[in-house]
Design a protein around this ligand. Structure first.
Ligand SMILES: Cc1ncc(COP(=O)(O)O)c(C=O)c1O
Length: 476
């Protein structure tokens, strides 16, 4: 590697910072404990440094440019390098970067954003509790839900029903809600608080079951679990409208509505984790009501809320819950929960500008227009020997790789098929996300049809190369 990369021109005319990629690579390898990283690989190979970005593209320290097929990590919804978001943040940071929101203090961006979120959310969700990301939003929510039932004189209502393969984050409680078994290998979880139901996986539903029967089966399992645990012991059900990291699993038609009806009948709160589906990914600010016709008691969001320009999470709470949460426990009683950075002014300024851009540029409309095209074009890749399923909705898509399309048998883990496809795509200028045997495509919401065509051509070539390499290595 060269000692210093040549200065490259950015889209905005500024020259890129100069980097010494080798020195940075070494420092990173020596000191950065990366999230979700296989350290047996990392200790040998280190990381790729992503240094620049522009629209749908990112660039590494060597000047290689890639189409971003994962929106950073399901979050850079309005695309990269939005100068006006940077300017809004800089303006707020220099005017008043931070002050407490505890004890009856507030700031302008947090106030305006709460008002805007109440406008965008389903009608009964008018109250916002801020956190710093998705895990913290889910964690804080469960504490609030427990507090809510304590205040109602129902202290036994503690158990949360989640689902296998759900992803809700990695704080202690969010990790317990998460149902992806490998995520919690050798980690402890707070098992007395959470019970996992089956995920809704249409591709791998029991042989011979129609989608309608499968839906009945899942709802039946929910009812049987409630009967077993007792509704008096259950506080809430939490679900992603479409399961994301667990494999972009789209539930059978009517599933969420029916699960919500069961919740209502049993005095169980329905929490929608819209950390990924919120802010346009499915063509609407929130998917719960607009796409799935549900009215959750709580919606959690993060990621696309600020398009990743600053860390931010928000819990949107119904009027009914707010009435209880906002009633003091006694004289001088306070709702004693929150973070130093709840309603951080710079993050909220980023989110306000982000929402302004989504509305002004018709980004939800773009997703509704280009999304079905992306689905259709990705489905055209099903002819590849290893592509067992192409699924998802709009800008939230996934390819499931298999060894045998008939039996749906998986390739051995050592084949690292998801990594292979992602590697081949990266060689061709596209970053997609490998998750085990899956490849996730969750792009910035500004992809056009032309970009979709370019991406599908890259994936087509990458899948052919993967099949060849799997054959060469004796896995097929
Ligand atoms: C549905 C869902 N909930 C929660 C989280 C956790 O969010 P964060 O990583 O910001 O803590 C994620 C992250 O991917 C997510 O996909």
């Amino acid at each position: 590697m060269t000692a210093t990369t040549p200065a490259t021109q950015r889209h905005d005319g500024h020259s890129a910072q100069e980097y010494d990629p080798q020195a940075l690579w070494q420092k990173d390898k020596d000191h950065f404990i990366h999230p979700f990283t296989d350290f047996s690989v990392f200790k040998e190979q280190g990381c790729d440094l992503i240094t620049d970005s522009d629209g749908i593209y990112v660039q590494d320290a060597h000047g290689n440019r890639f189409i971003d097929g994962i929106a950073g990590l399901w979050c850079v919804n309005v695309g990269h390098g939005r100068r006006e978001i940077g300017e809004a943040m800089a303006e707020q940071a220099t005017r008043m970067a931070y002050f407490s929101t505890f004890n009856n203090l507030s700031n302008v961006p947090a106030t305006l954003l709460a008002d805007k979120l109440a406008e965008l959310a389903p009608a009964h969700l008018n109250h916002v509790f801020y956190s710093c990301g998705g895990s913290a939003a889910n964690d804080a929510t469960i504490r609030l839900v427990h507090y809510y039932f304590n205040r109602l004189g129902k202290p036994a209502k503690k158990r949360i029903l989640s689902r296998n393969n759900a992803y809700h984050g990695t704080t202690y409680l969010a990790a317990t809600l998460t149902g992806i078994a490998s995520n919690n290998w050798e980690f402890d979880t707070l098992d007395h608080l959470v019970t996992h139901l089956s995920e809704a996986n249409c591709y791998r539903r029991p042989e011979g079951m129609s989608e309608t029967e499968y839906c009945d089966h899942l709802v039946g399992e929910f009812e049987a679990t409630i009967a077993e645990i007792g509704a008096d012991n259950i506080a809430a059900f939490i679900a992603e409208p479409i399961m994301g990291a667990g494999g972009v699993l789209v539930a059978p038609k009517g599933y969420h509505q029916r699960m919500q009806a069961v919740c209502r009948a049993n005095d169980i709160l329905y929490i929608a984790d819209e950390v990924v589906t919120g802010f346009g990914r499915l063509g609407h600010f929130f998917a719960s009501e607009a796409v799935f016709d549900t009215q959750p008691d709580i919606i959690n969001c993060a990621k696309g809320l600020s398009s990743g320009y600053a860390p931010l999470g928000a819990t949107l709470i119904s009027d009914e819950l707010y009435e209880v949460l906002s009633t003091p426990q006694g004289p001088g009683g306070v709702l004693s929960t929150g973070f130093t950075y709840s309603g951080h002014p710079v993050s909220c300024a980023a989110a306000l500008k982000n929402i302004e851009i989504i509305e002004r540029e018709g980004i939800c409309e773009n997703v509704r227009e280009v999304g079905p095209y992306l689905e259709e074009r990705l489905r055209s890749l099903s002819h590849h020997a290893t592509v067992g399923d192409v699924r998802g909705s709009h800008f939230m898509m996934c390819l499931e790789n298999v060894a045998d399309k008939e039996t749906k048998a998986l390739l051995p883990v050592e084949a690292r098929v998801g990594d292979r496809v992602a590697f081949e795509a990266q060689k061709r200028g596209l970053i997609i996300r490998p998750v085990g045997h899956l490849n996730i495509v969750s792009p910035p919401l500004i992809w056009t049809r032309d970009v979709v065509d370019e991406v599908v051509a890259i994936l087509d070539a990458s899948l052919s190369a993967t099949t060849e390499s799997l054959r060469a290595d004796g896995f097929l």
